[in-house]
Design a protein around this ligand. Structure first.
Ligand code: HEC
Ligand code: HEC
Ligand code: HEC
Ligand code: HEC
Ligand code: HEC
Ligand code: HEC
Ligand code: HEC
Ligand code: HEC
Length: 249
């Protein structure tokens, strides 16, 4: 009678016990895991409807700002940032809409905000404006040069002094203060945008300085005169006199 049971291998019996324990445990625990209200109205928890309704909105959306800040929404719409949401920079603002004076938005003035999108990353699409923030004007806030609501690369510097500050400051206190940079350096306009590719000229010979300094110069200046034919003829003038701050002694 017990014969067929004793013929079942030991492992299978053990397995049967384990399976039975698991199924029993599942049947006991199952009611505890099913949330209240499940199945009342369908294959979902009936209370979920009320929960969804009760969620507090965090974001208001760009459209809702127009009512009170149309100047800003207009400005944004016309520029490179037209596709950005206001709240990507100012944070979630649903509370602000309900009570503008009580819930004031944050002002992200730090240099950390903009690089989130503009830091150089090789995976960004080609042509997307990127900078390396460590070397891009690293001591000032981005918004001191770029209007966040209508960013454009600001004017590239047009004054020589913007890039050649030290030379300009030297010349400003030198005997050559009245001589324009361009008098001695013919400067292509493109030098200001691609300085290394388009180079200004530099004086080439002693006669250049001689224009004003030679004995019989016709230049009407109070430049001290020398005899070009005898004054240190073996060298170019600027090997002894720094042209941006010339000194005789
Ligand atoms: C119902 C009108 C109203 C709406 C809608 C509104 N704001 Fe304002 N917002 C105000 C008022 C009023 C102030 C000034 C609060 C103060 O000075 O204390 C303000 C201030 C601000 C400021 C700070 C300006 C400052 O000088 O302190 C920012 C930034 C701002 N709002 C952004 C937004 C954005 C973004 C939205 C859309 C998501 C928005 N606001 C929607 C009325 C509104
Ligand atoms: C790219 C980030 C960015 C976006 C997008 C942006 N803002 Fe701003 N916003 C700023 C920063 C940064 C300032 C602080 C400017 C400052 O201090 O000069 C500011 C200032 C403001 C101010 C105060 C201006 C003032 O002169 O007092 C208002 C109002 C404002 N933003 C509203 C908006 C609204 C409305 C939108 C969407 C239409 C928006 N902003 C989108 C970054 C942003
Ligand atoms: C959420 C992403 C995002 C943030 C944050 C952001 N920008 Fe932009 N920015 C863009 C997009 C998108 C463009 C348009 C790119 C295009 O037209 O291809 C753009 C364009 C620009 C341009 C135009 C450059 C050019 O030569 O075309 C400048 C400058 C700029 N942003 C500066 C800033 C500054 C400053 C801040 C911080 C106040 C800032 N951005 C924050 C996404 C962002
Ligand atoms: C001192 C002024 C100054 C500051 C501060 C500054 N920029 Fe610029 N930015 C410029 C100038 C000038 C240009 C255009 C010439 C150039 O590309 O260097 C420019 C160009 C850009 C461009 C366009 C690059 C391209 O290839 O089209 C982006 C984007 C930009 N800046 C973002 C930023 C961000 C982000 C910050 C802050 C981390 C910042 N800038 C800080 C002056 C500034
Ligand atoms: C946008 C920045 C910028 C502006 C503006 C600028 N320069 Fe330069 N300039 C440079 C840089 C950078 C170099 C250095 C190139 C190098 O060392 O390879 C340079 C080099 C020069 C040189 C040396 C050329 C050589 O071959 O040795 C002269 C001369 C010069 N600049 C004159 C001027 C004059 C004059 C102006 C104004 C009319 C001017 N620059 C405006 C950035 C500028
Ligand atoms: C009186 C003529 C004269 C004037 C004015 C002058 N330079 Fe020069 N500059 C020279 C000469 C000559 C050299 C060549 C020096 C050399 O090769 O050692 C030179 C060289 C330079 C160089 C190459 C780097 C260096 O320091 O030698 C730069 C950059 C430069 N000048 C910029 C300027 C700028 C910017 C101004 C205006 C603020 C200016 N120069 C005004 C005569 C002049
Ligand atoms: C456009 C005319 C002009 C040119 C070109 C010129 N200089 Fe001068 N230079 C002057 C004038 C004017 C003074 C005296 C200004 C004063 O005394 O206030 C002067 C003064 C000097 C002095 C005397 C400084 C002192 O301590 O007394 C030296 C040295 C000198 N220049 C060298 C040069 C060299 C080198 C060059 C060529 C790279 C050059 N200059 C080109 C007009 C010129
Ligand atoms: C080998 C170095 C050397 C060279 C090259 C040189 N100088 Fe001088 N220069 C001097 C010295 C040193 C003095 C002051 C002593 C003197 O008056 O002889 C001087 C004086 C001057 C003075 C002032 C004269 C006065 O009366 O105050 C001028 C102007 C001057 N040089 C212009 C030039 C010019 C222009 C050239 C190129 C044609 C030139 N120098 C080349 C060394 C040099």
């Amino acid at each position: 009678m017990n014969n067929w049971i004793s013929k079942i291998p030991e492992q299978i019996k053990l397995l049967a016990v384990v399976v039975t324990v698991i199924i029993t445990a599942f049947l006991i625990v199952r009611p505890m895991l099913i949330p209240a209200g499940f199945g009342e109205q369908g294959h979902f928890r009936s209370g979920a409807l009320n929960d969804a309704v009760a969620v507090q909105f965090k974001y208001a959306g760009k459209a809702s700002c127009v009512e009170c800040h149309d100047d800003m929404t207009d400005m944004l719409a016309g520029g490179y940032h037209k596709k950005l949401s206001c709240e990507v920079c100012h944070g979630p603002l649903a509370g602000h809409i309900d009570d503008p004076d009580e819930n004031t938005p944050s002002f992200p003035r730090e240099r950390t905000l903009c690089p989130v999108c503009h830091e150089y990353l090789s995976s960004r699409p080609t042509g997307f404006p990127q900078i390396v923030s460590q070397s891009h004007n690293s001591l000032k806030a981005c918004i001191s040069c770029h209007e966040p609501h209508d960013p454009v690369p600001p004017d590239v510097p047009s004054q020589c002094s913007a890039c050649h500050g030290e030379i300009s400051r030297s010349k400003a206190v030198s005997h050559h203060v009245d001589i324009e940079c361009e008098f001695c350096h013919t400067t292509p306009e493109l030098h200001k945008t691609s300085p290394r590719q388009y180079r200004p000229s530099k004086p080439q010979n002693r006669e250049f300085c001689g224009q004003c300094h030679t004995k019989n110069s016709k230049h009407n200046t109070k430049a001290p005169r020398i005899d070009l034919a005898t004054h240190e003829t073996r060298y170019d003038c600027w090997q002894c006199h720094y042209p941006h701050l010339p000194e005789a002694r």
